[in-house]
Each structure stands twice: as C-alpha cells, then as structure tokens.
Design a protein around this ligand. Structure first.
Ligand SMILES: [Ca+2]
Ligand SMILES: [Ca+2]
Ligand SMILES: [Ca+2]
Length: 180
C-alpha cells in the first residue's frame, strides 16, 4: 500500500516535470542556429604568419615582406620562379597540403607551369585585400573568418526562422527555394 502510493507520487512528479518542460530538448531550436564562420582557405595560415610585430593585424608592409619571404622559401633552387614541384613542396609546408585553396593554378594564371614572382605576389596580394572587409588596409583575425554560407549553396532559407508554425501559409505560392 505504502509502496504503491510512493510509486504514484513519483509517477505524478515525473509527469509534472514532463509537462513543465514541454519542448526544451537539445535540438528543438533548429532553424535558429547561429551563423557559422570558419577559415575557408589555407592562405589565411600564411597571412597570419606575416604578423611580424605580433599585434594580431597584418599590415600592407607586413604583407609585402611576407610575400617576399614566402617566394624565397618556395623557390628552392633560386632560379626566380616556382616550378610545379617547388609549389607542391611549398604548399605542403606553408598551406598544410593541397586540399584547400589556393591551388597552383590560382597563381599560375597563364598556365605555363611556371609561377613567376609577379604572379605569386599578385595572387597573394589580391587574396589579402579580399579579406580586408573594412578596407583599412590591414587584416585582422575576424576578417579571415568567412561565413560558411558564402561557399556552400544554401540548402534552406535562413529567413524562415519564425517559420514552422506561422509562416507556413505564405509558402504556398512561390514554389520552391529561391533559385539564384
Ligand atoms: Ca602586424
Ligand atoms: Ca624555382
Ligand atoms: Ca581590415
């Protein structure tokens, strides 16, 4: 008798608990996930190493010094250009491999299998400036991080946040996810 009522009490308490926390499962938040940012190119690894004064920002002067240093590192036979084999060795050590951009042909724009000093410089300088979101001539750590959505095709409309209950009716007409 006593055991039974205890069980009933516990059962009731559990039921109350379940009612009090209706939808707080760990994954209920779904569509409100924060925007994710990441390093999406191995060039950031190289640029970060250009910060010779350690103030966590890469200036134009540091960029120029760094590019010259990396070119000298890559041109291991000192003939003034970077061959495919030299590039491969440089990419392995400086870029951590060849699975992320930049790739050899990003530098070798005229595809003659040789990366000249100018090609090497111009590609790195262009990439550096593409990071400089606030156009102040220097690149800070946050500027190296890019929205993952910038390179991955959106699989769902982020604006649907308010979504599941409310916005549903609006979707009837316009057809599928927007196209371009
Ligand atoms: Ca610096
Ligand atoms: Ca060379
Ligand atoms: Ca900047």
């Amino acid at each position: 008798m006593k055991v039974q009522s205890l069980a009933a009490f516990v059962g009731g308490a559990l039921l109350l608990y379940a009612c009090a926390t209706p939808e707080q499962g760990p994954h209920r938040g779904g569509p409100l996930a924060p925007v994710q940012r990441a390093l999406l190119s191995a060039d950031a690894l190289v640029f970060v190493s250009f910060d010779t004064d350690g103030d966590l920002r890469i200036t134009q002067a540091e960029l120029e010094t760094g590019i010259a240093r990396e070119f000298a590192r890559a041109d291991s036979n000192h003939d003034g250009s970077i061959s495919p084999l030299e590039y491969q060795a440089w990419a392995a050590s400086a870029l951590g491999g060849d699975s992320l951009p930049p790739f050899r042909l990003d530098f070798d724009r005229n595809v003659d299998n040789v990366i000249t000093q100018k090609e090497f410089h111009d590609e790195l300088a262009a990439r550096f400036h593409s990071y400089d979101a606030n156009n102040d001539g220097a690149v800070t750590r946050d500027e190296f991080l890019r929205d993952i959505g910038q390179v991955r095709a959106p699989t769902q409309n982020r604006q649907d946040d308010g979504g599941f209950g409310r916005g549903e009716g609006r979707r009837g007409r316009g057809g599928g996810p927007y196209g371009g």
